[in-house]
Structure formats: C-alpha cells, structure tokens
Design a protein around this ligand. Structure first.
Ligand code: ADP
Length: 227
C-alpha cells in the first residue's frame, strides 16, 4: 500500500524578478515531503540561493505562492520561520563567544525560552558537547561548521537548509559532515542541501533537484540502484 507522505514545502508558479529586472526564477513549481533529504544542484547563477531565500522569507517574491507546513511564507512568516533552520554559505560566528552562548543566543532570537536540556542534546548530537564552554575561535573548521548547524537547529525546526556547507572543508571532514546530516535526517528533519559537488554525497539523497532557466527539474534517485 502506498503511504502518502505529508507535504512540508509547496512552491507554486514562483517568479522572482530582481529590481534590475533580472528574472532569476521563472514559474518554478516544487513539492517537498516531510523527512526527505534533497540535493539542490545547478551551476552558479542558476537561482539556488534565490529559491531558498524566498522559502526562508528572506527575499520577496514577484508572484506565485510558497507554503511551509500549510502556512504562507508571507502572510504567516512567523510560523514558517519557526519551522525552518538555515545554515548560510558564509561562516557567521562570534569568535570570542562560547559555543553554548552562541547557540543559546540564536534560540532567543526566535523568542524561545531557554531549554538547556534540548541544547545539550543538540550539542551531543553534533559532537560539540565537550566544546560547549570553549570560545569559537579555538575550534577547528569542521567544528565551526557544526556550530553553524547547532545555531540553525537551536529553535527546534523541522526543516534544515544548508547552502554549500562543505566548501573549503577537507575530505575527512566532508565525510563526517554528511554522516551528521544523515543522522539528523533519520531523526525526521527534512534536509535541503545546496551543492555543486554531488559526487561527494552520492547515495545520501532521496531526491536530486536541479534548476535550469529558473525552473526546477526533479530527478528521483532510486536508492536500490545505488547499491
Ligand atoms: P545560485 O545560488 O544558483 O548561484 P543565485 O540565486 O545566487 O544563484 O542567483 C541567481 C541569479 O540572480 C544570478 O544571475 C544572480 O546574479 C542574480 N541575482 C542574485 N541576487 C541578485 C540581486 N540582489 N539583484 C540582482 N540580481 C541578483
């Protein structure tokens, strides 16, 4: 029997024209189900960052509709932002802050009450618990990436966007990074990962989505074919 998965992101006829009249997204349609782990591919300038910025409510849309968990990203932006965690491309961390304070601060930005138990569990999951009281400046590059994830998950969202998270990360750390991302997915977090380097992550995704000419093309990976 087919089990109908619940749709967590629905993008309908999305058009994004920048102020300089550049058409970045041209009537894009996309459905993402809860629990999926998706790679978003496409050459530089394809519109990947524009797409996730509109879903996250960081960039306005020209026309079309985006719903996250049934809520409109414009009308119900508080609700949709609560469901989403975003790890941006650039490392944006406070070098002299302790790991735990940085993560706690991110949670407070969402107006959420402190929850030391949840944050401790999150740091354990991301192998950062023993670094909790260390300042960020003292961490390795791979650990700093994981702090970015901890900050993005600090308010307990159900969707995680990762924008080119492995740029400049060495091979061993890339492997560990994907292992962590997969574990988060197995716990039920829907993952959408922008990458230009699919080869480093083949086999990890349920779907590959590629953007051409501002329109999305979905290629489904049959996991059994991967073995
Ligand atoms: P990708 O993430 O796939 O590299 P982007 O979404 O960053 O692509 O960009 C898509 C296109 O939109 C590019 O041609 C880029 O130059 C253009 N673009 C992005 N941001 C702006 C902006 N603020 N104003 C004008 N054009 C933009």
């Amino acid at each position: 029997m087919d089990v109908k998965l619940s749709e967590i992101i629905t993008v309908t006829s999305l058009v994004k024209k920048y102020d300089n009249k550049f058409l970045a997204l041209n009537g894009l349609n996309l459905n993402i189900n809860q629990g999926e782990i998706i790679a978003l591919l496409g050459p530089n300038g394809a519109g990947k960052t524009t797409l996730i910025s509109t879903i996250c409510g960081l960039t306005s849309i020209t026309s079309g509709k985006i719903e996250v968990n049934g809520f409109d990203v414009i009308k119900d932006y508080r609700k949709t932002r609560e469901i989403i965690g975003l790890v941006p491309q650039e490392l944006a961390l406070e070098p002299f802050e302790k790991v735990i304070n940085s993560v706690r601060f991110s949670r407070r930005l969402f107006g959420k009450k402190d929850d030391n138990k949840y944050l401790d569990q999150l740091l354990i999951k991301l192998q950062l618990f023993d670094k909790k009281d260390n300042i960020i400046k003292s961490l390795s590059g791979g650990m700093k990436r994981r702090v970015m994830i901890a900050k993005a998950l600090s308010h307990n969202p159900s969707i995680l966007f990762l924008d080119e998270p492995t740029v400049g990360v060495d091979r061993e750390n890339v492997k560990n990074f994907y292992k962590t991302v997969n574990e988060l997915n197995k716990e039920g977090i829907t993952i959408i990962l922008i990458t230009h380097n699919l080869s480093e992550a083949t086999g990890e995704f349920t779907h590959i989505l590629s953007i051409h000419n501002g329109e999305a093309v979905v290629k489904v990976i049959d996991q059994e074919d991967e073995d």
